[in-house]
Design a protein around this ligand. Structure first.
Ligand code: SF4
Ligand code: SF4
Length: 365
């Protein structure tokens, strides 16, 4: 009988999920949006288990739910076992992808990897052509492909903020952390990307990481494919938090409600809940407003885990629900700190702002 590697590597998590009375059900943004048992954490883990054991055929009907996950980790916070369906489902994608059972959206992401790399390099070339680093480079900055390609002005702000924080010229890192490949199911592509990044990082004295998805990839996911970066990845957010006395109150935020949307990879992924709030308080002169569910139980923007390409309507519905809650609670300026969430909110009509752009304006030179 066919048994996929996922069944052995995550046996305990899969078995506890299969026999669970769905205790984390209400936490999952995907099953809430689709109102479907199949895409509850329990449903996704069960189908992965059954396909992995050979109980059901490894074909789209049974494998597509593995891509119905934003990787938000909200279910882990409701789980007595602290199971991580996000990790298990991402790893199962690689097993399914290798057997030709990945959804078209995921296959397209892998096919377009080279094209994305060229777009990222071109976008960063254009930004640095305006203000090339002068003098010895103090740090390399991993801005993130999504910021570079989709929000070049925010990428520029990130480079400016990083230069102020490290006290010297910075250089944008061109390589990708590989996260799109990992989420698509291309494990080898992810490993190759991680090694390419490691080689580029060896050329700079420090590494500053902007996007929390890239940060979690470098701090957690690379180790799963045996890659260690030659420099410890430092979060731009942490550097800003350590330098918060250098932040001024931004006049444009005074008298405005500022609502913080905590990106899943920053909060549940990296445990940074208080730091961004402290920075927003410094820059706006007041504590930021929040959503009803907050911190460990904060809700996803719908932008993670490739959901916008594998289940676009679901992703939009999740983002729309966050925006509707933002408006119902009084609106104001919605601030996040993740390129995917920023893009998702803006694409659904909400003029969200990125924390990095505020930092670039508020930091003294
Ligand atoms: S993650 Fe935990 S709570 Fe959720 S289905 Fe699995 S065992 Fe149950
Ligand atoms: S990580 Fe998030 S999207 Fe994925 S199964 Fe858990 S709650 Fe659902």
């Amino acid at each position: 009988m066919l048994r996929l590697p996922i069944v052995a590597t995550h046996k305990r998590a899969l078995e506890t999920c299969v026999y669970c009375p769905k205790l984390c059900r209400a936490a999952c943004p995907v099953s809430n949006a689709e109102a479907s048992e199949t895409v509850t954490p329990w449903g996704k883990m069960s189908l992965t288990y059954f396909a992995g054991r050979g109980d059901v055929p490894v074909e789209a009907e049974h494998t597509a739910p593995a891509w119905a996950c934003t990787g938000c980790h909200a279910c882990r916070e409701k789980c007595d076992h602290r199971n991580e369906p996000a990790t298990v489902l991402v790893e199962s994608r690689a097993d399914f992808f290798a057997r030709g059972a990945a959804p078209k959206g995921a296959v397209d992401v892998v096919t377009r990897a080279q094209e994305r790399a060229h777009e990222t390099a071109a976008a960063l070339d254009a930004i640095e052509a305006e203000a090339p680093p002068r003098g010895p480079v103090a740090a390399g900055v991993l801005v993130g492909c999504s910021y570079a390609r989709k929000h070049p002005s925010v990428a520029k702000d990130a480079l400016m903020a990083a230069a102020k924080l490290v006290g010297g010229p910075v250089r944008a890192i061109r390589s990708c952390c590989g996260l799109p490949s990992l989420h698509a199911g291309d494990r080898e592509g992810f490993r190759v990307a991680a090694e390419r990044l490691a080689a580029e990082v060896s050329e700079v004295p420090r590494l500053v990481v902007v996007d929390p998805g890239c940060a979690r990839a470098t701090r957690v996911e690379h180790a799963r494919v045996g890659v260690t970066l030659p420099r410890e990845p430092e979060l731009l957010l942490d550097l800003a938090h350590a330098a918060q006395d250098r932040l001024r109150v931004l006049p444009e935020l005074e008298g405005t409600t500022v609502r913080w949307h905590s990106p899943c990879q920053l909060g549940r992924g990296l445990g940074r809940y208080d730091e961004p709030r402290a920075l927003l308080a410094k820059m706006s002169g007041k504590e930021p407003a929040t959503f009803q569910r907050d911190r460990e139980h904060g809700e996803c923007s719908g932008a993670g885990g490739l959901l916008p390409v594998t289940r676009p309507r679901t992703s939009e519905a999740i983002a729309d629900a966050r925006i509707a809650e933002h408006k119902a609670r009084g609106g104001g300026l919605l601030v996040t700190a993740c390129a995917s969430s920023l893009r998702r909110f803006r694409s659904r009509g909400e003029e969200a702002e990125d924390l990095v752009s505020l930092l670039a304006r508020a930091l003294a030179p």
